[in-house]
Design a protein around this ligand. Structure first.
Ligand code: BEZ
Length: 199
């Protein structure tokens, strides 16, 4: 056991973006829950998945809450819990999954560790999480909601339309728990649906 009371051999990955509905390979458990101390925002440029180097799209990252509070964000509030899922990766496949994730998602993200609280109230445990911190080159920071929605609506990359990533995240959060709504995500999704409807 380590100091979080979980066997040291266990490897858990926390997903707060596309991992919620696009699981990594080689997991044997998927648990809904949340982390605290962060704010989820569409503040990371994507040059390799939902955009291109010439026209980067936008994907989510986590902002440390005290830093977010120091910024002038149009979305003045954010849930205290960032809902997502934790995946337990089979011990013999951990290296392979890390390599898969690095290839799939690394564009500016770095590896961090954070306690994850399962929704069923069972004991929290340590998870690995990919975060695009404010010092990475892809970090965009606060954007005006209408401009951000238009940007997402117009962007696409090798993994598909940027709006499908946003709408997929909105749907996945809806399905996760009765508490997992994130106003930043639903507002952007509603704006993108309105753009679609007026096209
Ligand atoms: C996620 O889906 O949680 C995620 C995965 C890789 C990088 C950033 C977020």
């Amino acid at each position: 056991m380590d100091d979080s009371d979980q066997p040291v051999s266990e490897f858990w990955l926390y997903g707060y973006g596309s991992l919620i509905w696009k699981p990594p390979p080689h997991f044997d458990r998927r648990i809904p829950g949340y982390v605290t101390g962060y704010v989820r925002r569409f503040w990371q440029a994507s040059e390799d998945h939902r955009g291109t180097p010439e026209a980067p799209g936008r994907v989510v990252t986590l902002i440390e809450r005290p830093y977010w509070e120091s910024l002038d964000d149009t979305y003045h509030s954010a849930p205290s819990k960032v809902w997502g899922v934790a995946y337990r990766i089979l011990p013999e496949r951990v290296a392979e999954v890390k390599e898969y994730l690095d290839i799939r998602e690394i564009n500016g993200y770095s590896i961090h560790f954070t306690p994850f609280q399962p929704a069923d109230g069972s004991q929290a445990f340590k998870t690995l999480v990919y975060i695009g911190t404010p010092d990475n080159a892809q970090f965009v920071g606060p954007q005006e909601p209408d401009q951000l929605a238009r940007h997402i609506h117009a962007s696409k990359g090798p993994s598909g339309l940027n709006k499908d990533y946003l709408l997929g995240l909105d749907r996945a959060l809806d399905e996760l728990s009765t508490e997992s709504t994130d106003e930043h995500i639903t507002d952007l999704a509603n704006r993108v649906r309105a753009l679609d409807a007026s096209a």
